[in-house]
Write a protein that binds this ligand. Structure first.
Ligand code: 1PR
Length: 592
């Protein structure tokens, strides 16, 4: 058996541990790191997913995974393997009945999932398995499918095991949909797998939810509040299901999975947190701008107003470290998410850029918070004339471990076209990817530059009065969108773009500002306020963080849901934990 005994899988590095690789290689160095990590956990290296013959199903280290092929369950696989378990994939309905423990990480849309379960004749068997009270863990859609029906592209009938219908969050009360981020649970009954997380945040990402009622009350093990109380988890006997993502909830999430996989395991109680989780936390995101340097190594770089070259005679690309190592370190340091931006993706073909895919694969094996990747997501024809759709490019990123993709230039062109014609063609990358993977998986990265104005009526785009007047005393500015890494200005403002991409299916906006990038003087509050007030999807404030106070300023003065920084973290000027401690002191809820 390849997997280690369960006891040894307890020693997972937590915040404060150090993360370094002895290798000088940028990508393969991470492989050594992985090995070291496994050795340090006394685990034998795993050779990959092993699909075992039915005789080995009794083996305590094997988990049966119901992956019906509708989306990316790589993170769940990675988390299971990280905990030292092997995976047996369900191929036939009998595999469900033979399972010793079954994990059902529902992905994609409700209707599509039910359709596949019905077509593969798995729906009935799954119901029988659950009715026999056999160990089951449903995740996200895997919880929703247990209910009678869902409004998502419906009404559509579900498995009907739990009374109630799944409906969409109401965004009219000011709460942004999708519900993305780290939220608190109110534990309502002994839930066994949630035993030690009462005061901590877990990661949610969804637009639909099941509501508590008298008919389903005895199933509910926890609720979560997001404008209303919805069902965060259910438990009856050996049946568990959670709306949040344990595989993306850091070490808290891993301990939930561990309790399900081995209910007898001893888990050391975590030390109490400073403050009890009570609501959706503001997120702190570490961003890694990645590109190949002149020597051909993939490096983390960082620009000043998007110029990433050193001011030296050699003019080399600034090198701030190795992508996999830095991402791993930021995870251990407490980053709520990690973003990779392949900043030369606009001119290189990302599927030709295998190191970037490798970076994602290695990172996702050890980093259990959400990963976003951006750069080069667009339709592309390679040198041999082979056409790749943006959906194929995004799918490859998802398969390699991304939870969200971020679209820059291509979203600008799509928004321009949409504003010109008023027609949603369904053909843009944004529409296609969000249709298949859901809005929550599609971020639009906006790269605007300030254009000062004396009079806001001088342009057809939305202008704002700025706190700091322009070089000639101008009191107004509009924010001109750019493409190709800031190289080309386009005839569209950030405000117009944000509203258009929300309509086209973006689930979140990453709002950069070229003027502030790398300056360390704080976020562009005027811009972030403008955009976060204009849309009802979450906005990530980016560019300009230089001190902890800049984070509290952006959260206190705008409706940003998250703040992203790069330079201060790479240069180790401000640790992520200091940012969070400062935010807590300022009365802003964060995940600790
Ligand atoms: O157009 O779909 O190929 O996507 C390209 C992506 O690469 C976009 O998301 C774009 O923002 C990014 N990008 C392109 N060129 C650069 C560059 O720097 N030359 N990086 C670039 C953008 C901006 C932030 C940065 C923050 C925080 N980087 O992500 O990390 O400004 O920095 P700071 O905290 O140090 O101030 P496509």
């Amino acid at each position: 058996m390849e997997a280690a005994t369960f006891a040894s899988a307890k020693q997972i590095p937590t915040a404060g541990s150090s993360y370094s690789t002895p290798s000088s290689l940028n990508v393969s160095g991470s492989h050594s790191l992985q090995c070291l990590w496994r050795i340090s956990r006394k685990l034998k290296p795993s050779k990959g997913f092993s699909i075992r013959a039915s005789s080995s199903v009794d083996d305590d280290s094997v988990v049966t995974l119901l992956d019906y092929g509708a989306g990316n369950v790589r993170s769940v696989r990675n988390a299971i393997r990280f905990l030292g378990f092997d995976i047996k994939d369900v191929q036939t309905p009998e595999d469900i009945m033979n399972a010793k423990r079954l994990i059902f990480p529902g992905v994609g849309a409700f209707a599509a999932a039910m359709d596949v379960l019905n077509k593969k004749e798995m729906a009935e068997v799954l119901c029988a398995y659950i009715k026999q009270d056999r160990p089951f863990l449903g995740i996200c859609l895997g919880l929703q499918l247990l209910f009678e029906s869902s409004e998502e592209n419906g009404p559509v009938k579900g498995l009907g095991l739990i009374p109630g219908a799944v409906g969409r969050f109401d965004s009219s009360n000011g709460f942004r949909v999708p519900h993305i981020g780290w939220n608190a649970l109110q534990i309502t009954k002994d839930s066994q797998i949630l035993d030690d997380i009462g005061s901590r945040h877990v990661y949610f990402v969804h637009s639909y939810r099941a509501m508590p009622s008298d008919d389903n009350r005895d199933w509910i093990s926890s609720t979560c509040n997001y404008g209303e109380n919805f069902i965060a988890s259910v438990r009856r006997g050996n049946i568990h299901a959670v709306q949040f993502h344990p595989e993306k909830s850091g070490d808290v999430g891993l301990s939930i999975l561990r309790r399900f996989l081995d209910p007898k395991c001893e888990i050391t109680k975590k030390p109490p947190v400073h403050r009890k989780a009570s609501k959706l936390a503001k997120r702190v995101i570490a961003c890694l701008d990645v590109r190949t340097n002149d020597k051909g190594d993939l490096v983390v770089t960082k620009g000043d107003q998007y110029n990433v070259r050193e001011h030296t005679k050699e003019n080399e690309v600034r090198n701030l470290g190795k992508p996999v190592d830095l991402a791993g370190q930021y995870y251990l340091d407490g980053a709520d998410e990690v973003s990779f931006l392949n900043i030369t993706g606009f001119r290189d073909f990302p599927l030709g850029d295998l190191p970037m895919l490798q970076v994602l694969r290695y990172t996702s094996e050890n980093v259990f918070v959400p990963l976003t990747v951006g750069g080069g997501i667009r339709d592309f024809t390679d040198g041999t004339g082979r056409y790749y759709s943006s959906l194929e490019v995004a799918s490859e990123y998802f398969r390699s471990g991304a939870d969200k993709v971020s679209i820059g230039s291509d979203a600008v062109y799509a928004a321009e076209e949409y504003l010109k014609t008023g027609v949603k063609t369904g053909k843009s990358s944004l529409e296609q990817i969000s249709k298949v993977y859901g809005n929550q998986a599609v971020v639009v990265s906006i790269d605007p530059r300030r254009v000062y104005l004396k009079d806001p009526d001088d342009v057809e785009f939305k202008a704002v009065r700025v706190r700091n007047p322009g070089p000639n005393g101008e009191e107004y500015a509009w924010y001109q969108c750019t493409v190709n890494g800031g190289r080309e200005g386009r005839p569209i403002g950030a405000y117009e773009l944000a509203k258009a991409v929300e309509d086209l299916g973006a689930g979140e906006i990453l709002l950069n500002c070229i003027d502030c990038d790398g300056q360390g003087k704080g976020f562009d509050i005027d811009l972030i306020k403008l955009i976060s007030d204009a849309v009802s999807i979450p906005v990530i404030a980016s560019s300009g963080a230089g001190a902890v106070e800049h984070f509290s300023e952006v959260f206190l003065e705008t409706n940003a849901s998250a703040a992203l920084a790069a330079g201060i973290f790479h240069r180790k000027e401000v640790p992520i934990q200091s940012v969070k401690e400062h935010l807590l002191k300022a009365g802003i809820e964060v995940r600790m």
